[in-house]
Write a protein that binds this ligand. Structure first.
Ligand SMILES: NC(=O)C1=CN([C@@H]2O[C@H](COP(=O)(O)OP(=O)(O)OC[C@H]3O[C@@H](n4cnc5c(N)ncnc54)[C@H](O)[C@@H]3O)[C@@H](O)[C@H]2O)[C@@H](O)CC1
Ligand SMILES: Nc1ncnc2c1ncn2[C@@H]1O[C@H](COP(=O)(O)OP(=O)(O)O)[C@@H](O)[C@H]1O
Ligand SMILES: [K+]
Length: 544
């Protein structure tokens, strides 16, 4: 499991380790600085060849302390190092001050005001500078800054080396470590070296664009003891990772009904493509049977296009309710191409809330807890009255909004997320998705290159299509319909909503990456066999 931490969680782990006596803050700072230098040489081995010139920008906290360590180690390596401190040396925290003093035994520090009244630009031209080290702010950033950014921009611009590299210590300064949002401005890095665990901000929002590349440096912090972990496990956000092959394999002694029967509800004639995409995805991911549900007038369109996928007729809500008396139909998908009017009629039935409220029938006493994925029109249909939808949702539901749909159901949360952040930690997509899941009472998958998945308990994860998992060709019409189909198929196969959402999202990105440029939505389900084979080959061999 790759855990992602908030700044507060990181501080808690560090404090617990120091209080336990297993390590000192000074030792942690030394390991952090050393880790940055090692990462620099590993990433840019040409810098090992000769001595170079570095500019190290240090801030008023421990991030600056790490910067002084880096300066010292580079100097010991034979480099020429120019150090700038933005802040008052006498106000540095103790460990940072100790490293400031150690550096002062080796070299000069140009001290600058952190909030300058005017531009301080006299001595930043460092001819021949090969490396800029950003040790201004890390997890302690609380407000926007300007002065050091101007200095950085000048250091970069004034370097006569066009290939000057920028390494950020922990986080690029200006980036909020909890949200990946930028407080006014940020120092874009080519590489960010972070400690113990990556932070949420490395994967959310603007984080991946500002961090360059993430390198994780082990500074020897042990996980908390089982009885009293420094951070409660439930509060830790996970990065969605490669699923176990066993979770997706089919057993030799099982039959098709062992893998569930998924129903995908479709819309009026001419709009059925989205439902067919979702259906194909559900079948490829391994649902035993998949049917598209449509009205009489739509049968011909679907019949012309579908083969292994079956067609079931249901003209209206009452007919759907009758169809759903068959409990083998264990997972439903509503939304892709459904149309908002039809969604308003059918969603209550799909959710086991009895006939549509307009008919005035009482809600059934114990509605079947069938798995239900609601996407697209099934979400937009409740834009005027989200609470009506939330009242019907249950724990086997998954909502898969993109940012626009999220804003329709949770306008207040979207507003907070869209507001320009003025202080750190800023409200994050994880915060918004967790709040949304608690309000809706079900699993929410909030789409994007930084897809966030959360369930009402607060468990949350990020499926990042960034860094070495970038999948920009997923930005294509219908790819969301395929994702809804993947999740529905996995629910039909018996996964929990959270596991289905995470696994579906991971496979979605993997299929896009397996296909590469030129991808359109139809291509995604067709990559599943290859992706599953790769998972099988990656799995440890076992007797089957
Ligand atoms: N937590 C840990 O376990 C470790 C932390 N280390 C380093 O320590 C960093 C965190 O140190 P700190 O908590 O001291 O935080 P920072 O060094 O990120 O900066 C915080 C300081 O800057 C001030 N500040 C924040 N935003 C400002 C702004 N816009 N303008 C002016 N001042 C501003 C704060 O009031 C505080 O004094 C990490 O990012 C990492 O680099 C490492 O030494 C290794 C171990
Ligand atoms: N730049 C991107 N990188 C990675 N994934 C992306 C990107 N843009 C969109 N996606 C993914 O593609 C899908 C698009 O879904 P959606 O917006 O609902 O599209 P549609 O309604 O056309 O099906 C989502 O899963 C989203 O996370
Ligand atoms: K930094």
């Amino acid at each position: 499991m790759t855990k992602l931490l908030t700044a507060e969680q990181m501080r808690g782990i560090e404090t617990a380790a120091i209080e336990s006596g297993s390590v000192t803050g000074l030792e942690l700072m030394e390991r952090a600085g050393r880790g940055v230098v090692e990462a620099v040489f590993a990433e840019w081995p040409d810098l090992l060849q000769a001595s170079h010139i570095a500019v190290v920008l240090c801030g008023p906290g421990n991030n600056g302390g790490d910067g002084f360590v880096v300066a010292r180690l580079l100097k010991e390596w034979g480099w020429e190092v120019r150090v700038f401190l933005y802040g008052d040396p006498d106000s540095l925290p103790p460990d940072a001050r100790a490293n400031y003093k150690r550096w002062r035994e080796l070299g000069e520090v140009t001290v600058r005001d952190i909030d300058p009244a005017s531009l301080q630009d006299d001595d930043l031209a460092v001819p021949g500078c090969s490396l800029i080290v950003d040790g201004l702010f890390g997890t302690g950033l609380t407000r926007p800054f300007r002065g050091p950014f101007t200095a950085f921009a000048q250091a970069r611009d004034l370097s006569d080396k066009k290939d000057v590299r920028v390494v950020a210590i922990d986080t690029p300064s200006g980036l909020c470590a909890d949200s990946g949002r930028i407080l006014d401005t940020a120092i874009r890095a080519d590489m960010s070296v972070t400690f113990h665990a990556a932070k949420l901000g490395h994967y959310l929002d603007r984080g991946p664009s500002e961090c360059g590349k993430i390198v994780l440096c082990d500074i020897g912090l042990k996980p908390g003891s089982e009885s009293r972990p420094a951070v409660p496990p439930d509060e830790i956000v996970r990065l969605v990772e490669r699923p176990a092959h066993a979770a997706l394999a089919k057993r030799a002694d099982h039959h098709k009904y062992s893998h569930g029967h998924a129903l995908i509800l479709s819309g009026v004639p001419g709009t059925g493509g989205a439902a067919r995409l979702a259906a194909r995805a559900a079948l490829r991911i391994g649902a035993g049977l998949v049917s598209v549900v449509c009205e009489d007038a739509e049968v011909a369109e679907h019949a012309a296009q579908l083969t292994a996928i079956m067609i079931k007729r249901a003209n209206g809500a009452a007919a759907l309710a009758a169809l759903l008396e068959d409990e083998r139909l264990n997972a439903l998908c509503l939304g892709p191409g459904l149309g908002v009017d039809r969604a308003r009629d059918l969603v209550p039935v799909a959710l086991g809330a009895g006939d549509p409220p307009s008919r005035g029938r009482a809600r059934s006493a114990s509605p079947p807890r069938r798995s239900v994925v609601l996407d697209a029109d099934a979400l937009t249909a409740f834009a005027e009255a989200p609470a009506d939808l939330f009242a019907m949702l249950h724990e086997r539901c998954v909502l898969t909004p993109h940012a626009g749909e999220f804003g329709r159901l949770f306008p207040d949360l979207a507003e907070r997320l869209d507001a320009t952040p003025t202080k750190g930690p800023a409200y994050s997509k994880v915060d918004a998705t967790r709040e949304a899941a608690a309000r809706a009472g079900c699993t929410i998958l909030f789409k994007g290159p930084d897809t966030v998945i959360a369930e009402p308990s607060g468990q949350a994860s990020i499926n990042a299509a960034r860094y070495d998992r970038a999948a920009p060709w997923l930005a294509t019409a219908g790819s969301g319909d395929v994702l809804a189909g993947f999740i529905t198929g996995l629910l039909a196969r018996g996964m929990s909503p959270m596991e289905a959402a995470e696994t579906g999202a991971w496979l979605h990105v993997e299929c896009a990456r397996a296909f590469g440029p030129g991808l359109i939505a139809e291509d995604l389900p067709e990559r599943i066999p290859e992706v599953l084979r790769d998972l099988e080959h990656a799995a440890p061999r076992r007797a089957r």
